[in-house]
Ligand binder design. Structure first.
Ligand code: NAI
Ligand code: MG
Length: 352
């Protein structure tokens, strides 16, 4: 089990240190962990956010554990040198097209949700976000029109095979959960969405045991705060999924709690090659202060053990230790508590 450990910049290294403690404590046989620089750390040390050696390591590894990138000192660099290009480049180079973002309410945190406790209590959903297409990867530019005005554009497009493969992942995920799948699009306005909807319906014929519904993204944003308990699995495109999953994070209390798995083409339900990271960024506003919540990173480690290495029991142990930590009232500043990054990591370790 070769794991590429890419901590990144900002709070990335701080939260990664806690996940590494947990991984070490499990003392798994046959694990090799190799570190490499990425994001701002890659740029400052090697002149590129995704240095060739880092990309090679990621390609040769069975799984990538990724912290966060987004060093603001790189904000004025050309786009291809910005830290965020590292994660986009990895997703593309490793063909990681399926991003799984579970959002589940931890017992004891209901009062910290942005929603009313009785509404928040019901949250147990999985957002399946497409990761290789959409406006993020379409042709894009800021150009001069003939009359001298500047015009910016980003092409939104999906080919049917791109929709089909993410739909299969989502239907299989629904089979493994509550059996309900909601496909989110904007088919009333966008042709891309009309094709998306048509293909999802076609794929649904192979999954008669999954109940499929469709929802426009604006309504989905509203329903997610009105009654999140109605959702089991949600499948959607890159842009809509990015926004809806950040929104879902606040429904469970903090963005510092949400982990994700980015997976590629597979034989089995989820396949082997995967990249695992918190959904948040590098939080430059709190970097270096030891107060970042490491739980999303630790839960990303659990997802890695489950999806890449089929170590379900170990993954469940980590998740139980995290739940116990929160239930025991050990919380960081993001959840209104006072525990620091290392203190939270140590608390998880003790309960493990
Ligand atoms: P962010 O997710 O880094 O931070 C948003 C807010 O949440 C901040 O107030 C931050 O302090 C807080 N926060 C985030 N993670 C936290 C944690 N673990 N514990 C406690 N508080 C936490 O998003 P923002 O500020 O929009 O972006 C910062 C940089 O990160 C940008 O350069 C952005 O492009 C990048 N970014 C990188 C991502 C990645 O590495 N995959 C994902 C999202 C943003
Ligand atoms: Mg985001």
């Amino acid at each position: 089990m070769k794991i590429a450990c890419l901590a990144g910049d900002g709070i990335g290294p701080e939260i990664m240190a806690e996940a590494r403690k947990v991984l070490d404590a499990l003392a798994l046989d046959g694990v090799i962990v190799e570190d490499a620089d990425v994001g701002g750390a890659g740029y400052h040390k090697h002149g590129h956010p995704l240095p060739p050696a880092t990309l090679e390591l990621a390609k040769s590894a069975d799984a990538v554990l990724f912290g966060a990138v987004g060093d603001p000192s790189c904000d004025n660099l050309e786009r291809h040198l910005r830290p965020e290009q590292a994660i986009l480049g990895l997703r593309q180079a490793l063909t990681l097209f399926a991003n799984l973002r579970p959002a589940t309410m931890f017992p004891g945190l209901e009062d910290l949700s942005a929603l009313r406790p009785e509404v928040a209590r019901e949250i147990d959903l999985l957002i399946v976000r497409e990761l290789n297409g959409d406006v993020y990867f379409g042709e894009k530019a800021i150009r001069r029109l003939d009359d001298g005005r500047r015009q910016g554009f980003d092409l939104m497009s999906y080919a049917e095979d791109e929709v089909r493969r993410i739909a299969h992942v989502a239907f299989r995920a629904a089979q493994g959960r509550g059996g309900r799948l909601c496909s989110v699009d904007k088919a009333n306005v966008l042709e891309t969405s009309q094709l998306w909807r048509d293909v999802v319906v076609e794929v649904s014929a192979e999954y008669p045991d999954v109940e499929l519904s469709h929802m426009y993204v604006d309504n989905a944003a509203m329903q997610l705060v009105r009654n999140p308990g109605q959702f089991d699995v949600v499948v959607t495109g890159n842009l809509f999924g990015d926004i809806l999953s950040d929104q879902a994070s606040m429904c469970v209390g903090s963005i510092g709690l949400l982990a994700s798995a980015s997976l590629g083409e597979t034989q089995t339900a989820y396949g082997t090659k995967g990249l695992y990271e918190p959904i948040h960024g590098s939080a430059p506003d709190i970097a270096g202060q030891g107060k970042a919540n490491p739980l999303a990173m630790i839960l990303s480690l659990a997802m890695m053990l489950r999806h890449s290495f089929s170590l379900e029991a170990e993954a469940a142990r980590i998740e139980a230790a995290v739940a116990k930590t929160l239930a025991d009232g050990i919380k960081g500043a993001d959840l209104g508590g006072s525990a620091g990054t290392a203190e939270i990591g140590d608390a998880v370790l003790a309960r493990l």
